[in-house]
Design a protein around this ligand. Structure first.
Ligand code: ATP
Length: 295
């Protein structure tokens, strides 16, 4: 199974160019989609999920024309949007049964079996009779993935699914996604760069609608090998460094500002070489399009 996105563009009626000639190939496994707020991630995901039109370009899923054969794609798709509404006074078990019926599983016994297997899978079996309105954030997201899994999808799209989850719930959710990613395409949009490093075999970075990188996290990291330098300064001294160094990130702690810069050679001025992280790669690409000095 392979998803191929070619020269995809979308401009909203208000003039915002949310996708600008994006081309990407997504293979089976977990694919991380990274980008700052407003980068175009949700626009891309909604387009792949057949929920909005593109202006130009093509998307194919194993030969299916995603932008035109919407019904065929929907048969193969599981989608967990950023904000999904729940009916607070219905139990998870009832709601999943209802969605299964909408998705065409007509036989009651078959539905019952499927719902019970899904609830086990997402670790909600013991809470299946509780109303959805009483669920915690993590439980709601696990319910969300259970509904996305109905119909045995081959392509699963999850848009920032761990926002607001505590670290235990986040891990639990990611372990669930990893299991699913063993035999499907899972596209995961997130702001947490290190999660992509841990979970995804491939990734893309987009910013202002443009694709800035696609490839593996390891290949990305090796591009930066030996090129990241760090220095801590007083925050008021930033103006001394902004012009002469390619600053890729700044972090303020107690009035002291940690700068990270990218350079092929030792930049001097007391900068020390440090191991590169995927976040450095992310910021180095974003810095090409936007100001990354957060002061
Ligand atoms: N329906 C719309 N009409 C007009 N502009 C829109 C619409 N939806 C999104 N945009 C704009 O398009 C750009 C891309 O938005 P999108 O939601 O795709 O970004 P994102 O990467 O998902 O952001 P976030 O991480 O904040 O969710 C933004 O500038 C946004 O304001």
């Amino acid at each position: 199974m392979q998803l191929i996105i070619s020269s995809l563009s979308k401009t909203y009626p208000n003039g915002v160019k949310a996708l600008n000639n994006v081309s990407l190939t997504v293979n089976q496994g977990m694919f991380g989609l990274l980008g700052p707020n407003g980068a175009g991630k949700s626009s891309l995901m909604r387009t792949i999920a057949t929920l909005q039109e593109a202006d130009s370009g093509t998307v194919t899923l194993d030969g299916i024309d995603v932008l035109h054969q919407k019904q065929e794609v929907r048969q193969l798709l599981g989608y967990l949007p950023q904000d999904f509404g729940i009916y607070p006074r219905i139990s998870a078990e009832q709601m999943l049964g209802h969605i299964a019926r909408l998705k065409g599983i007509g036989k009651k016994s078959e539905r019952k079996e499927l719902v019970s297997a899904l609830l086990e899978k997402v670790n909600l079996a013991k809470d299946k009779r509780k109303n959805l309105g009483t669920y915690s954030g993590g439980m709601k997201q696990r319910f969300g993935i259970a509904q996305a899994l109905i119909g045995n999808p081959k392509l699963i799209i999850v848009d920032e699914p761990t926002a607001g989850l505590d670290p235990t719930e986040r891990n639990r959710f990611y372990n669930l996604l990893s299991q699913i990613g063993e035999n499907t395409i899972v596209i995961l949009s997130t702001h947490i760069v290190e999660d992509v490093r841990t979970l995804c075999s491939d990734m893309a970075i987009i910013c202002q609608g443009e694709l800035l990188y696609t490839g593996g996290p390891d290949a990305a990291l090796s591009e930066l090998d030996g090129k990241i330098y760090s220095k801590t300064i007083h925050k008021d001294e930033i103006y001394l460094y902004r012009e002469d160094h390619k600053i890729i990130s700044t972090q303020l702690k107690g009035g002291q500002l940690n700068l990270r810069t990218i350079s092929d050679t030792d930049p001097g001025y007391g900068f020390v070489q440090v191991p590169a992280g995927l976040e450095d790669f992310y910021f180095s690409r974003i810095a090409e399009k936007a100001d990354v000095v957060t002061l």
